[in-house]
Design a protein around this ligand. Structure first.
Ligand SMILES: NC(=O)C1=CN([C@@H]2O[C@H](COP(=O)(O)OP(=O)(O)OC[C@H]3O[C@@H](n4cnc5c(N)ncnc54)[C@H](OP(=O)(O)O)[C@@H]3O)[C@@H](O)[C@H]2O)[C@@H](O)CC1
Ligand SMILES: [K+]
Length: 516
């Protein structure tokens, strides 16, 4: 599924209008009608018993959709109060036409009346203030309305956004705010109905976690998706379904373990690599940690390695086609030396996580010299990301004062370009980006939400799963994308109470469900 930016959506709309596929009016009619149908399908009780709706219309075409919605709700027996920000005379042409049509059916009141403090009596509030044309933070009555939505508009049964919650940047999912002290304001919705394809903002940052509620996509008869910015991540079924042949044909992953009492992370990673289908998985541990590991591992092979030389000697074996390291290694020069040894052979893939990333916080460029142009995946969480890419992270945490705002996708892309390899930036809105700009959002939101995945050790398992897929011959980008999806899916299937150990053990069920 494609994820569009506001500019891409505008280009698609323009192309449709210019080629005569539809007029702007027709698109607006389909959009407004589609929103009403989507709402009634979403909450069938609203279809059975029409109540009272407030439609908040903005000064652009999002407001135009609002007038269409008001008309269709009224035709279905709803009592409808329409509020407008600005004057009808300032509306763009299609919105103005629909404003006129509405005026034949009912009154228009200034938005300030909706913003005043009285309790709302509405069963439904339609937020048609701003859509993809939002360029700056909300102010005045629009801001008050958005802020009130956090208190559910007094008595309102449901708050529904047209296209995007007003105040939210469609490209980043961030609420626009003028300065850090300025509390970000965007409408908090129960449902967001968008058109053609989802926007990036429906999948990133606060969009899915706080603002959109549920999301429905309405088909308004637009064809084609020219060069979309990104898409929703998915498992690579053909790659995963390749039948298991000789164990060596599915590669050999090496996981580097920390010292005594610090091997748990590597064991979790190794288990992830094995369950995701690596032919062989070896865990390399310092001699003192061998007994500890031997008592905990069966199918995973164990090798004692002494120092950096030990790792290099082991890696003379070219059948080891990927190394995963970082978890449990500790931050410091010794870990940097291990990264150097792991990346010495150009043909080998690598997954660097946790301490393997943080060890380079003082000189990230040293790491990037090793990773550039290589089959390497870096898997930072936001904290590690900030250590390796401080300038990029700063842009992401600075208040989003103008739309389109710098997004998590922009950040991962910028980082991938700097490091010259694949970046997987973790979160419920995981982004995987490549140096050439290709990017996916692997989303654990909406029906795929699994907040219990944020558990200690889950990241170690993910690093191992990526390594396991690279061992199997996946391109590192596809390995990161598929592993992130499988990782979420395993957590989803397990449910609350999940601990990291459960994730690898759930993978066979996930594969079964995928029909593999
Ligand atoms: N694309 C499609 O295929 C289809 C699109 N459709 C619909 O059109 C919507 C996009 O419409 P749109 O481009 O007119 O933008 P919209 O969001 O209504 O706002 C623009 C106005 O707001 C103003 N403004 C901005 N920020 C502001 C602020 N903070 N405070 C105050 N004002 C602010 C801005 O002024 P300016 O920034 O230019 O000064 C401008 O006047 C889209 O979301 C969808 O619902 C559908 O009908 C079907 C097909
Ligand atoms: K809106």
């Amino acid at each position: 599924m494609e994820l569009l930016t506001a500019a891409e959506m505008r280009a698609i709309e323009r192309a449709a209008i210019e080629s005569g596929v539809a007029t702007g009016r027709e698109l607006m009619e389909r959009a407004g009608r589609g929103v009403v149908a989507a709402i009634l399908d979403w909450r069938p009780a609203l279809a059975r018993a029409p109540g009272r709706a407030a439609v908040l219309c903005g000064p652009g075409n999002n407001g135009g959709d609002g007038f269409v919605i008001a008309r269709h709700l009224k035709m279905r027996g709803w009592a409808v109060d329409v509020f407008l920000l600005g004057a009808p005379a300032n509306l763009p042409p299609d919105a103005a036409e629909n404003c006129s049509l509405w005026r034949e059916m009912g009154a228009i009141r200034p938005l300030t009346e909706a913003a005043d403090g009285r309790r709302s009596v509405h069963d439904l509030v339609i937020d048609a203030l701003f859509g993809t044309g939002l360029t700056r933070p909300l102010e005045g009555a629009a801001r008050v309305c958005a802020a009130r939505s956090w208190r559910r508009f007094g008595g309102a049964g449901a708050v529904v956004a047209v296209d995007v919650p007003s105040g939210m940047c469609a490209d980043s999912g961030r609420a626009l705010q003028a300065e850090p002290s300025d509390e970000a304001a965007a409408t908090k919705c129960d449902l967001t109905v968008t058109f053609h394809h989802e926007r990036l903002g429906h999948r990133l940052a606060q969009g899915p976690s706080q603002l959109c509620g549920d999301v429905r996509v309405v088909d308004i008869g637009l064809a084609g998706v020219p060069a979309a910015a990104a898409r929703l991540g998915a498992p690579n079924r053909p790659g995963l379904s390749k039948t298991i042949g000789h164990k060596y044909s599915h590669g050999h992953a090496l996981i580097l373990s920390g010292g005594v009492g610090r091997g748990g992370a590597a064991r979790l990673a190794a288990r992830g690599a094995l369950r995701v289908g690596a032919g062989l998985v070896t865990l390399a541990a310092p001699p003192a940690a061998i007994i500890e590991n031997a008592s905990r591992l069966d199918a995973i092979m164990l090798r004692s390695v002494k120092g950096i030389e030990g790792i290099s000697e082991l890696l003379v074996d070219r059948r080891i086609n990927v190394v995963a390291l970082g978890p449990g290694l500790g931050v410091g020069e010794n870990t940097c030396a291990k990264v150097g040894a792991a990346l010495a052979n150009e043909e080998r893939g690598a997954v660097l996580d946790a301490d393997a990333l943080s060890s380079y916080q003082d000189e990230p460029e040293t790491l990037f010299r090793l990773t550039r142009g290589r089959s390497v995946v870096l898997t930072p969480h936001m904290g590690e990301f900030g250590r390796l890419f401080p300038a990029v992270a700063e842009k992401l945490v600075a208040p989003a004062a103008r739309g389109p705002a710098f997004s998590k996708l922009d950040a991962a892309r910028a980082a991938a370009a700097l490091a010259g390899c694949i970046i997987l930036l973790k979160g419920p809105d995981t982004v995987v980006a490549a140096p050439d700009g290709e990017a996916v959002v692997v989303s654990a939101h909406y029906e795929r939400a699994c907040p219990w995945l944020a558990t200690a050790g889950a990241g170690d398992v993910l690093a191992g799963m990526i390594a396991g897929l690279i061992a199997r011959g996946f391109h590192p980008f596809r390995a990161a994308e598929s592993a992130a999806w499988l990782h979420q899916e395993a957590a989803r299937g397990f449910g609350p109470g999940l601990i990291a150990e459960d994730i690898p053990e759930r993978l066979p069920a996930v594969f079964r469900d995928l029909g593999l």
